[in-house]
Design a protein around this ligand. Structure first.
Ligand code: MN
Length: 238
């Protein structure tokens, strides 16, 4: 029995899932932006990220960013036609009346779409060109992880900690507040971790450093290597 199933049994499965499904139904909208499905089960990141957190985070929080973004652009067909990264790259051209809501919700959409992609793995270490780039730009993987965790613990309130990548493959650490995406400033994200309390509070409560340390156990380095290759090819979108 999975932890989610066990927990649902404790609380009454029908109540838990009926509540979740109702909320998802409310958050769904007709587009143009859509919630990407997870490529793995809700319990794939157990025990480090619990299934209940995954379900609420993906089905409610990410869905809400998508719904809010669709609502913001519904009267702006020229904006609604843009891919989310293109929309963030043209934020200064977005009407001021919707600029903040687009910044927050397009940011939330691309940040979470990236986040699901790079999880569902077993941790470990990268190989090949990415491993060489980490050695070149951070010294070694352990130093990158220590600096990343320290930067993530140091973000006041809600935000993200990212590793950005240039077209030339140069890596850099970049903490950002709220749902601000590095794409707004013309950068590309190799990977990042969500520092909002909704990402970890059920399991870790106020212990964000414990969550940051545990998160490396569910990173899928093969996905991050794929993103690195896309960055070098100029095809990395979100
Ligand atoms: Mn989140």
């Amino acid at each position: 029995m999975s932890i989610l199933t066990r927990r649902a049994a404790l609380f009454g499965a029908s109540t838990v899932f009926a509540t979740l499904r109702t909320t998802v139904g409310m958050a769904q909208s007709t587009g143009p932006y859509t919630l990407p499905p997870l490529a793995y089960g809700l319990d794939a990141n157990e025990p480090f990220i619990d299934a209940m957190t995954m379900q609420i985070h993906h089905d409610r929080h990410h869905a809400a960013y998508v719904a809010n973004l669709n609502n913001a652009v519904k009267d702006h067909p020229q904006l609604a036609a843009l891919a989310p990264d293109a929309l963030l790259g043209k934020l200064t051209e977005v009407p001021e009346s919707i600029r903040t809501v687009v910044r927050n919700n397009a940011g939330g959409h691309v940040n979470h779409s990236m986040f699901w992609q790079v999880m569902g793995g077993k941790g470990g270490a990268p190989t090949g060109a990415l491993a060489a780039a980490i050695t070149r730009d951070f010294g070694d993987l352990a130093t990158l992880q220590a600096n990343f965790n320290k930067a993530g613990a140091g973000v006041f309130g809600s935000g993200w900690v990212f590793v950005t990548v240039t077209r030339e493959g140069k890596l850099a650490l970049l903490p950002r507040p709220n749902q601000d995406s590095p794409i707004i400033d013309g950068s590309r994200v190799l990977f990042g971790n969500d520092l909002w309390e909704h990402a970890y509070y059920l399991k870790y409560q106020n212990k964000r450093p414990d969550y940051l340390a545990a998160w490396w156990n569910v990173v899928d380095w093969s996905k991050i290597e794929g993103r690195y290759n896309q960055a070098l090819a100029g095809t990395l979108a979100i």
